[in-house]
Design a protein around this ligand. Structure first.
Ligand code: FAD
Length: 504
């Protein structure tokens, strides 16, 4: 049977689900193809041993590094994508992130659009994800037309105390912008949410947020367990016509007027490259040779701080951040990055990271440990890239700008010591931590240097759109999900205008 839709969306993560929610009210026939299944509501969802030590939710798909190592990336394939596990921090990029600026080891090139261009889409994205936050606390917050949809998630008592200590230590703590309905989350289980899967409604992720809204419309359909293996074009190569999808062991060809790829930055690049044909021998949307290039992943570290006289009795902990070094270092060497709480580290989570620790010792340390997540910008570099080799996805991440990250670590250590934490430990994440992957199909004005235009439309194929983390031209140093959503909403407006214009 021939199935034809107005639009097929590949992937139900932040980018795909947000696009679906934007297009749903148009009445267009929308089919979302998602490789993964629905997450089930089982006890493992709140079991830190199952999640962190046994890798219960981890995929067995390995990626290949250029040194020959095969590794299991921290990439999830479920309805809702990686956001099912995300920390729900919903930051806007800072205004300065949109303009070129020098870093200690290179230049961030800025965006072809300004913060002001994206600001209305950020407003809409915050509504869609019911973001909680507090105005006026973070001096780096960009200007905004309205308040957050909901007030900030409250600090637990220990974090309220640490907020005071940080203030005394001379930095400016602020409430994290979060897509968490804390009462609902805790009613479903007394754990943190960062890296825990959301099987209820407490975390507003791609599925519980925009996808649920989209699926209320009778014109929107979701096929889970449906993996797209190829996108096809007509003979001229100018129009994308169909996708090949494998479902229940069978391959089908599905047709659509528009095709949007939102499979995540690595998988989107791989799919476009695998879809090469005679007119597009280097892969679809790739006349610029930029597909797969400029792969970025953020430079991130976990920091644990301890005061032997201060217990950590938090359940979730993740409410604070500071951006005092975001736009410049104290020495004026350039932007360093963001510091935010990690989710509460339990003994079992700590032991998963440091397996040689005896369980009793891990528990004792965790009882006094406060965890932080430090993020610095990874700069775009065409040599840092995703490729395909046979059936393998090859990730050649050439991380950049580590000097800035080392400076961020050093400055944060000083702050923590001043804040009364004599014990500070740090661990920098490597290539297996792919949570903030982006940049492999970057957005730009020049078709020779970019893959999509500022509406996320392929420069080469007018009915092919890319609406996930791939299109981010820079990684900035804040979490990416809200920016992915804002761009998908912007793309949704452009696509709906085209659908409307082509209506008989
Ligand atoms: C543990 C963790 C914590 C994080 N915390 C935060 C945070 O606090 N704030 C933040 O902003 N970001 C956070 N992130 C990052 C954030 O989750 C991602 O940036 C975001 O979800 C990316 O969205 P996406 O649409 O680009 O891709 P994805 O979420 O990867 O979605 C792509 C979807 O496409 C599907 N797919 C892939 N290939 C195919 C195919 N061939 N056919 C059909 N379907 C396919 C996948 O299964 C997936 O569902 C976190 C990530 C992780 C893993």
């Amino acid at each position: 049977m021939t199935v034809s839709r107005d639009i097929i969306i590949i992937g139900s993560g932040i980018g795909g689900a947000t696009l679906a929610s934007s297009l749903a009210p148009t009445g267009a026939k929308i089919l979302i193809l998602e490789r993964g299944p629905h997450l089930q509501h089982t006890p493992e969802a709140r079991d830190d041993v199952a999640i962190f030590q046994k890798g219960f939710y981890q995929s067995d798909e390995e990626w290949l590094a250029t040194d020959g190592e095969r590794f299991l990336p921290g990439n999830y394939y479920y309805v809702g994508g990686n956001s099912k596990f995300y920390g729900a921090v919903m930051y806007r990029y800072r205004k300065q992130d949109f303009t070129p600026r020098p870093h200690p080891e290179g230049q961030s090139p800025g965006w072809p659009i300004s913060y002001d261009d994206l600001a209305p889409w950020y407003d809409e994205a915050e509504n869609l994800f019911s973001v909680r936050g507090a105005l006026g606390q973070d001096p780096t917050d960009p200007p905004r037309a309205r308040d957050f949809p909901f007030s900030a998630v409250p600090d637990e008592p220990a974090m309220a105390h640490i907020r005071q200590r940080l203030e005394k230590a001379g930095v400016t703590p602020a409430s994290l912008p979060l897509a968490i309905d804390i009462k609902t989350w805790l009613a479903e289980g007394k754990t943190g949410w960062d890296a825990f899967p959301n099987t209820g409604k407490g975390k507003i992720d791609a599925q519980s947020g925009p996808l649920a809204q989209a699926l209320k419309h009778p014109n929107v359909e979701l096929w889970p367990n449906a993996r797209v293996t190829r996108i096809e074009t007509d003979d001229s190569g100018q129009t994308a016509t169909s996708v090949l999808v494998t479902r229940d062991g069978r391959e089908e060809r599905l047709f659509a007027k528009h095709i949007a790829v939102a499979a995540g930055a690595v998988q989107t690049a791989a799919l476009l490259l695998r879809s090469a044909n005679t007119v597009h021998p280097a892969g679809l949307a790739n006349s610029s040779d930029q597909v797969g290039r400029n792969f970025m992943n953020h430079n991130t570290s976990a920091m644990i701080t301890m005061d032997p006289f201060l217990k950590n009795d938090c359940v979730y902990q993740k409410t604070l951040c500071f951006n005092d070094f975001y736009n410049n270092s104290p020495a004026g060497t350039g932007p360093l990055g963001n510091v935010q709480c990690l989710g509460r580290i339990t003994g079992n989570i700590l032991k998963a990271q440091v397996p040689i620790l005896p369980a009793f010792l891990a528990k004792a340390i965790a009882g006094r440990a406060f965890g932080w997540f430090l993020t610095s910008e990874d700069l775009p570099n065409p040599q840092s890239r995703v490729m395909i080799r046979g059936n393998d996805i090859v990730v050649d991440w050439q991380r950049s700008n580590m000097q800035a990250h080392q400076q961020l670590i050093a400055q944060t250590k000083k702050v923590m010591k001043r804040a009364g934490f004599p014990i500070v430990a740090i661990r920098t994440f490597g290539r297996k931590t792919t949570s903030h992957q982006c940049g492999t199909a970057r957005l730009g004005i020049d078709p020779h240097l970019s893959v999509v235009n500022p509406d996320c439309q392929s420069h080469d194929i007018a009915n092919l759109w890319i609406t996930d983390a791939s299109v981010l031209p820079t990684s900035a140093a804040v979490n990416p999900a809200l920016t992915i959503a804002a761009l998908a909403l912007k793309a949704g407006k452009a696509i709906s205008q085209q659908l409307l214009a082509n209506k008989p």
